[in-house]
Design a protein around this ligand. Sequence first.
Ligand SMILES: [Zn+2]
Ligand SMILES: [Zn+2]
Length: 359
Amino acid sequence: MAPSGPRSIKRGCQRVLYWIPVLFIALIVAWSYYAYVLQLCIESIEDTGEKVVYLLAYHVIFVMFVWAYWKTIFTPPMNPLKEFQLSHSDKELLEREDRGESQQEILRRIATDLPIYTRTNSGAIRFCERCQLLKPDRCHHCSVCDKCILKMDHHCPWVNNCVGFSNYKFFMLFLAYSLLYCLFITATDLQYFIKFWTRGLPDTQAKFHILFLFFSASMFSVSLASLFIYHCWLVCKNRSTLEAVRAPAFRHGTDKNGFSLGFSKNLRQVFGDEVKYWPVPVFSSLGDGCSFPTCLVNLDPEQPSSPSSSSSASKSAAEGRQFPSKPLRESQSRLLSSAPSWSDSEGASNPVMTIENEA
Ligand SMILES: [Zn+2]
Ligand SMILES: [Zn+2]
């Protein structure tokens, strides 16, 4: 049942307030469109060739930027599959136990059927009390969305959405295209900005738009560039922002490189196998978001369902149960096997080797 009374009113008000940063960005983008297209290109640039080239290039970047931003905002974050949810009988069993250790025993038993390799820092099974589910690897509970989000990166107020498995590629493209948008405006506005100070511009209101366009675009470029470079580094290392702050804990201890498969495989996990889809805001990330290939699977003696082991071995271990018999989708398993068409700069064709090298 939906909460009623003051709580639901408070929640409704919060939901409206959360859209303010998005509205702020939308207004700035709308103004920048007016200032660049009308005031700079149409009103101030006299050379027709320059005008056409600027307008064409601007609109291509503008469409890609708005498209990626839209997809980041409106792609719902993915929640864990029902396999990770506690069954009715397990819930009852858990409620009956009041000792933490016995509860852990129950959770550990359920977890053996699932492709879960990470633990809490104290070595316990990661369980979300609020959603009543076993957290898949890299999944975290977002207090703003009040849900468990697959491969949660962070909750971004500027898109009023959780950035996670379902929209991380869109978020990366949003950063890339917004940076490109700002750099393009800064570069093409520069000569008119100089003319402003050398009094080479006619005395119209356009000159103030040109001035503020340059200031705002260059300032946004600096902040976007730092954020974009940081996220490129995260993609190369196969870490989420949360994992960069606190390394994921595995059975043998924490390992910040636990999900890294080498540069090109890490890149493909986010952007997909086909390079032609990389710059386009359509979903092409590999995997299902619930299980991730980890090089450490082979080091974990208690996890029989190693995705890199032969399929018959994992089938017998799973004893006919459907989910563990294919803990990773085909695309993910391919990530763990060596890819002949790609040359890995970090030499990660053998996953176990990578860990030893990087440790
Ligand atoms: Zn949760
Ligand atoms: Zn969230």
